[in-house]
Ligand binder design. Structure first.
Ligand code: ADP
Ligand code: MG
Ligand code: MG
Length: 199
């Protein structure tokens, strides 16, 4: 079972990983975007960890809804509302339980990813964060390590794709040959889930 502390560790590990990889995320967003993805997410997750420390929510659902709200209010780019929706919707699906099972977590994350798809209109293969999130959720039944591997593979597999959503889509065929920044950060989010479970 996973308690509020586990979800706090997930968010803290994501913030640390995003801070470590911020330059790389921004560099990926340079040829097919506006070179701000790393700084966008670093600002957002710094705010998330600060708020979680201050408000100390005591259920898994409350940790994620608060984190999601914080991302929406601090990240200006497309990724803020999308990741914010992911976490808020996942948190809402977890309800008010003090502890949740791996199955409940997987089911809630599926609802979160579905909400991102509804909000952004992206399907698998459109070269977005969805290309890492969907395989991760599909693999979650086999454990966090399997989900991490699936997300990383999904992110790498965006390279030959042409973007059909977001800024990168404005480039048409010129978006081909570059790994999607949002799929890359989504793989960091899922890797942090595995990290939190190993702690
Ligand atoms: P912006 O493009 O507004 O500067 P970011 O650079 O922070 O925002 O985030 C860009 C990432 O957001 C993209 O790499 C892509 O993965 C993701 N993204 C953009 N639009 C969508 C969408 N409609 N659905 C899903 N993901 C999207
Ligand atoms: Mg950008
Ligand atoms: Mg931007």
């Amino acid at each position: 079972m996973f308690d509020a502390d586990f979800f706090r560790r997930w968010m803290t590990a994501t913030a640390a990983s995003v801070a470590r990889e911020a330059e790389r995320l921004t560099a990926l967003d340079s040829p097919i975007g506006d070179a701000d993805h790393g700084s966008n997410l670093q600002r957002g997750f710094t705010a998330v960890t600060a708020t979680l420390e201050k408000e100390a929510p005591d259920t898994p659902g409350a940790v994620l809804t608060l984190a999601g709200r914080q991302l929406i209010s601090t990240v200006g780019g497309a990724s803020g509302p999308l990741y914010g929706t992911l976490l808020r919707r996942t948190g809402k699906a977890l309800g008010e339980a003090a502890e949740v099972s791996a199955e409940q977590l997987a089911e809630a994350l599926r609802a979160g990813v579905d909400a991102v798809r509804t909000l952004g209109g992206a399907a698998p293969g459109d070269k977005t964060m969805i290309d890492a999130l969907v395989p991760a959720v599909d693999a979650l039944g086999d454990g966090f390590a399997a989900a991490r591997a699936a997300a990383e593979e999904g992110a790498v597999a965006t390279t030959p794709l042409q973007a059909r959503k977001g800024r990168a889509s404005y480039l048409g065929e010129r978006s081909i040959g570059h790994q999607d920044p949002g799929a890359t950060s989504a793989s960091l989010l899922i890797a942090a889930l595995a990290e939190a479970s190993e702690a």
